[in-house]
Each structure stands twice: as structure tokens, then as C-alpha cells.
Design a protein around this ligand. Structure first.
Ligand code: FAD
Length: 395
């Protein structure tokens, strides 16, 4: 398996200059109001559709923007500086698009990719299951093959934007599977499914992702199963896992970079100078630690992006360890950075919900990072992978 996307350094141009539609997306999706109401940013999604950015990763021959994973990371980071939920929604959509670009064949490919590029298909993901949790490589959701169709009846406990999605990538057990490890990744258009929202979404943070529990039932042509020679395991190791880790890490890094930027701007403002001692060793040390955490995550993100392009066999431990390592480090360091900023800013500016610095919202949003595909699970996987790599070949 070879890489699909080219590696290149990040652009020095502001993201809004390269993707002019971005500013309108941010205007339409006001983070504070959407967070308060735990409301999906429908206006932001409408602008994303109009901007062409839903087709960022779709090749030009299908009408898309031919973006690469670096573009995905940069757009996501920019969105997350102001709106973590919207950035997460975008990154999750792009993860599904990447899977379709790499694996979809035949009529499905010809129909779905142009519709994504035109902004007509926003994709959601149903991989988490009640019972197996975030253990991606198993599914207890049985399916039947009926007259050339795959019959699906899937309980999905957490589906970001599911009520607004036009299409879904769903993990299910293969028909007549003899083990829960026989997993398929299937595309279904909204019109092919019966959709029921089974409950609400009242989390501590990430409220505007509206990641509700749903039941998805329906029948789809067998051609909508994403084929891979190595099965779903190959899809996860070669693409689905690493792209998720890149998108999530970019979301968390953008959130914490936005928080640090707002704090530094405040400290340098007239009011900030009047209230803070900018020569305080405590303040300078805290700022330095926060900045170092963000630069560490950023360096790792850039390295994973580069490695994703040159690695020959992404299923081997060095690359898997690197991509998984990005996720766990980003989840921990970005949250710790905002925690430290809250200590620095204090009760009034840091902890209060109505503070213009927005640290409290970033803190609540980032608290989900270690739980979102649990770091505990990834550490277990990485421990086993480390045992397989006795020469410690660093990717
Ligand atoms: C904002 C947000 C959006 C999301 N959006 C989506 C989405 O769109 N689609 C989707 O499919 N999923 C989504 N998820 C779910 C996510 O991908 C994970 O599946 C989910 O966060 C894991 O939830 P969990 O902690 O209940 O599951 P698990 O990771 O299964 O953990 C459950 C419990 O088991 C414990 N545990 C885990 N591993 C072990 C072990 N080996 N031994 C002992 N105990 C263990 C954990 O500590 C935890 O207490 C989203 C999550 C968040 C936070």
C-alpha cells in the first residue's frame, strides 16, 4: 500500500487567503451561542457546503479541491481557533471522504465524489458501538445479504452531526460472519436509511457537535461496501486511523493555539498591561510551557503528515506508533496547555463563562480529547506494537 497524498511543508499564507470561503464559515457558526444551546452549527455547515471545502480532499477530476492531508490539518486548525465543534465536524467529514477517495469503486465513486465536491453530501460516521465501544476492529452489528443488498440495523451511540448528515460510513459485521472481527465499512446515503434519533446530547463540552445516539436501518447495494484487499483492518491501519488522528489533533491544537493567542493579545493590550506584570517569572514560565506544549504537538503533527506520504507499509509498527502517538500526545498536551492558561489567567478571566478569553469553553471541549477514542485503549495497542519493534525503528 503506497501513500495517496503528497507531503509538503505547511503554508505560510493565512488559511483565509487560500480558502476564501473560510471566513464566511466562521462568521456563520458562532461558537459561544452554539455551545450554550448544544446546537449543531447549521449555518456553518451551509457555508462549508457553499465554500467547496466539503470537497477539500476530493480529486479535481471529480470536481473537488484536490487538497492533501496538510490542507485538511490547516483548515481544521483555523476553524478550531474559534470553534472546536465545527472543526471537529469538518475533520470527521474529511476522514470519511478520505476513505471514499481511497477505496470506493465503480458507480458509487462516480456518484458520491462529485456530490461531495458540490457540497451536497456531508458525511457522518457510525463506528462506535454499544458493547464494543470504540474498539474499531470488532462489530456486533449483524447484517444479512438479501437479493444483492446488504440489510443493516445498526445502533450507533455517538454520531456527530448525524441528524444533519446526507451520508454515513457505518461499520457492521459481514453477513454470515463467524467472528465479530469480520467488519465491513459501508457507505449509505440518507435516502437509503431509516434514521431514528434515540436520545439527546448534553455533554460537558463539544456541545455543538450534536453527537447523538441513532438507529440506522436500511438496505444498500453490495457495491457500497468499501473494498480493500486486507479488509477493514487495512482501511483502519492504512488510512482511517491515521486520518482521524491527524484531524482530531489539528482540532485540539487549533483550539489551544487560539486560546494562547487570545491570552497573549490580552496581556499585551492596554488593559492587560495595567492588570498583569509581564516581567513576572511565574507568568513567563507558564507562557513558555504552554507554547512548548503546542510546538511539540505541532512538530509531531507535521511529522505524521510527512511520514503519511513517504511510508511504504503503513501497517508496520513504526508508522502506527507514530500516528497513535500523535493522538494521545495531542489529547493530553492540548488540554494541559489550556489548563495551564486557566491558572495563568485566574478566576475572573480564566474560569468565568462570560470571559472574552473563552478559556472555559476550550477547557470543556478539550476535556473530551483523551476520551474520544480512549487514550487508555491506544496506549494498550501501542504497548503491544512496541513489543513487536525490538529494533525501535523510529518512523
Ligand atoms: C465529541 C465526540 C464526538 C464523537 N463522534 C463520534 C462519531 O461521529 N461517530 C462515532 O462512531 N463515534 C464518535 N465518538 C465516540 C468516540 O469515537 C469513542 O468511541 C468514544 O469516545 C469512546 O467512548 P467510551 O469511553 O464509552 O468507550 P470505550 O473506549 O469503549 O471505553 C468505555 C470504558 O471502558 C474502559 N476501557 C477501555 N478499554 C479498556 C480496557 N482494555 N480494559 C478495561 N477498561 C477499558 C474505559 O476506560 C471506559 O471507562 C465521539 C466522541 C466524542 C467525545
Amino acid at each position: 500500500m503506497t501513500a495517496t497524498w503528497d507531503a509538503r511543508p505547511g503554508s505560510r499564507e493565512p488559511a483565509e487567503a487560500r480558502w476564501p470561503g473560510l471566513a464566511a464559515v466562521l462568521d456563520a457558526a458562532r461558537a459561544a451561542a452554539a455551545d450554550e444551546a448544544a446546537d449543531f452549527p447549521a449555518g456553518g455547515l451551509m457555508e462549508l457546503r457553499a465554500s467547496g471545502l466539503l470537497g477539500l480532499l476530493v480529486p479535481g477530476e471529480h470536481g473537488g479541491l484536490s487538497g492533501d492531508l496538510t490542507d485538511l490539518a490547516e483548515v481544521t486548525m483555523r476553524l478550531a481557533r474559534e470553534n472546536t465543534s465545527l472543526a471537529f465536524i469538518f475533520a470527521m467529514h474529511c476522514q470519511q471522504v478520505a476513505a471514499i477517495v481511497r477505496y470506493a469503486q465503480g458507480p458509487m465513486r462516480e456518484q458520491v465524489l462529485p456530490d461531495i465536491a458540490r457540497g451536497r453530501i456531508y458525511l457522518a460516521s457510525a463506528t462506535t458501538e454499544t458493547g464494543t465501544g470504540s474498539h474499531l476492529l470488532t462489530s456486533r452489528s449483524v447484517t444479512e445479504a438479501v437479493a444483492g443488498l446488504l440489510r443493516i440495523d445498526r445502533d450507533a451511540p455517538v454520531v456527530t452531526g448525524g441528524e444533519h448528515a446526507d451520508g454515513f460510513l457505518i461499520t457492521v459485521q459481514a453477513p454470515r460472519a463467524t467472528s465479530p472481527h469480520e467488519v465491513l465499512l459501508v457507505y449509505a446515503h440518507r435516502s437509503q436509511l431509516g434514521l431514528r434519533t434515540l436520545g439527546g446530547w448534553q455533554p460537558m463540552g463539544m456541545g455543538a457537535t450534536r453527537s447523538v445516539p441513532m438507529r440506522l436501518t436500511g438496505e444498500v447495494p453490495m457495491g457500497q461496501i468499501l473494498p480493500a484487499r486486507g479488509g477493514f483492518h487495512e482501511i483502519v491501519t492504512a488510512l482511517y486511523g491515521p486520518v482521524a488522528h491527524i484531524g482530531w489533533s489539528a482540532t485540539w491544537l487549533g483550539t489551544s493555539a487560539g486560546a494562547l493567542s487570545r491570552v497573549v493579545r490580552y496581556l499585551r493590550s492596554h488593559g492587560g498591561r495595567a492588570h498583569s506584570d509581564l516581567s513576572s517569572e511565574l507568568l513567563l514560565t507558564r507562557l513558555a510551557k504552554v507554547r512548548a506544549r503546542l510546538d511539540t504537538v505541532h512538530a509531531m503533527l507535521r511529522h505524521v503528515l510527512a511520514a503519511s506520504a513517504y511510508i511504504d507499509d503503513p501497517s508496520r509498527p513504526p508508522y502506527q506508533l507514530l500516528a497513535n502517538g500523535l493522538k494521545v500526545i495531542a489529547a493530553e498536551q492540548c488540554f494541559d496547555a489550556v489548563h495551564e492558561l486557566m491558572e495563568l489567567a485566574g478566576l475572573r478571566l480564566g474560569y468565568m463563562r462570560d470571559s472574552a478569553l473563552g478559556l472555559e469553553r476550550a477547557f470543556r471541549d478539550l476535556r473530551s480529547a483523551t476520551l474520544n477514542y480512549g487514550n487508555d485503549r491506544l496506549y494498550l495497542i501501542d504497548g503491544s506494537l512496541t513489543l513487536l519493534d525490538q529494533d525501535v525503528c523510529l518512523a
